[in-house]
Structure formats: C-alpha cells, structure tokens
Design a protein. Structure first.
Length: 251
C-alpha cells in the first residue's frame, strides 16, 4: 500500500500477496518479501504488475535496497541473500546463520540479527567472511545503522535499545525496561522505536539521543505499535491492533 505523507486515499500497489512481510523502497520501486510464498518482489511506486525477483526462498523476512541490489534474510534457510534490482541469480552472502531476521546496510557492509543465538553480524556487500559484532542477549527484534554505529532492540519485557560501533567494540545500552520493542529507525540525532506493549492500550512510540540520555515518549496508548520510519519532519508508525498508519509532526 501507499498513501501521501500529508494524508489522503490509500492505494493498493500489489494485491493477492500470501504473506507480505519486509518492505523497502528506492526512487523508483517498492520491494518486499512474501514469507508465505517464499518470494522477493518489486513493483513500481506508481503501481503496475508486480515482478518476482527471487522465488523458492524459505521464509524470507526483512529486506533492504541500495542503488543496484536488493538484500534480504531467509529465516529458515539461515542465509543472507542478494540479487540485482533488475533481477538475475540470487547470491548467498552468508549461510549457516541461526534464524536471521532484521537487516540493514551501509556503503560497505550488510548487517543482520540472528534470533536463534542472539548475535549481531556483518558481511561485506561484495562477499567475504561474516563477522560477529556483538552478542545481543535476549531475542533481537530489529536493526538500524548509520555512519558510526549499529543499533538494535531486543524483544520481550523488559526490552532494550542498544548500539555498537560498526567496526566492533563494546555494546552500549541506550534504553532499558522497554515494553516489548518491535521496530527501530534512526536519523542524524536520535533513535526511534515502537513498543508493542502488553495489551492494546499500552503500546508506545519512543525516542532517545544517539549519544545517550533520557528516553522520550512521543506517543502512548497505541494499539500494538509496530513498524516505524522517520523523515526530516515526522515519525511514522503502524498500529497492528487498529489497522492504521500514523504520523507525528514535529518529531
């Protein structure tokens, strides 16, 4: 689906998807994984016929894109995969991973989380040896990266918001005691995340400075807050319980 950031009528870009899961966008297309059908898909941001980039995937989940390639994690195959945005043959960047999910990338590396053993990993985008950056402790839920650090959240209660330098080092706790964090986003100044909550009334949207400090509550009473994104002026999130897409301006 898509909708103008100022609000308006939602538009279905692709229908009949068996289990649409992760999503990513570039200047031209929308990319997503279909967990149920085992496919990686794309469609023009203006709509049209969806294109299958990869099939036969075993539980594809999270997805990211750069100017030339799409990258995703395959939960049950235990792999991190990539394919050109124009299509072609998938390439396995990492195998033998323990239920990999959340994924992020910078100019050089791909980063992901292993749910099964609680590790944060990276591998060069052009291929090479995988490196463990951190032990995440409890089940990691989502990941983001900037030019300096990798950020992640751990699910459950109490959940945490963490960071570690992209080159490795000591992990730092930015927030603890969170109410089942689900998704994370980052801008030049802050980290943002959603707390799913323990019931339909106590989900929330949170923020903390990248350098650390007191977390700020941006929205409360959310009905199972989940996906999150930010731009220069606003923070956007979804409410699983209400079936809504929301924004807060200024962020």
């Amino acid at each position: 689906m898509s909708v103008p950031v100022g609000g308006g009528t939602p538009v279905a870009l692709a229908s009949g998807q068996g289990g649409a899961f992760g999503i990513a966008v570039d200047a031209v297309n929308v990319y997503w994984t279909d967990f149920s059908n085992g496919t990686v898909m794309k469609v023009s941001k203006d709509g049209g016929t969806p294109v299958t980039l990869a099939s036969g995937q075993n539980g594809p989940v999270d997805i990211v894109v750069d100017p030339t390639r799409v990258y995703w994690t395959s939960l049950y195959n235990g792999t991190v995969e990539t394919i050109p945005i124009a299509g072609g043959t998938p390439v396995t960047l990492a195998s033998g991973q323990n239920y990999p999910n959340g994924i992020a990338l910078d100019a050089t590396n791909v980063y992901w989380l292993n749910n099964g053993n609680g590790t944060l990993m990276k591998v060069p985008k052009n291929g090479g040896a995988s490196v463990r950056l951190a032990y995440t402790g409890e089940v990691p839920a989502d990941i983001a990266v900037d030019a300096t650090n990798v950020y992640w959240i751990t699910a459950g209660w109490p959940g945490t918001v963490m960071k570690v330098p992209i080159g490795g080092g000591s992990a730092v706790t930015l927030a603890s005691g969170q109410n089942s964090p689900t998704n994370i986003a980052v801008d030049a100044a802050s980290i943002y995340w959603t707390n799913w909550g323990l019931n339909s009334q106590d989900g929330s949207v949170m923020r903390v400075p990248i350098g650390g400090g007191m977390p700020t509550v941006l929205a409360t009473g959310q009905n199972y807050a989940s996906g999150i994104a930010v731009d220069a002026s606003s923070v956007y999130w979804t409410s699983y319980g209400n079936g809504t897409v929301l924004k807060l301006t200024p962020k």
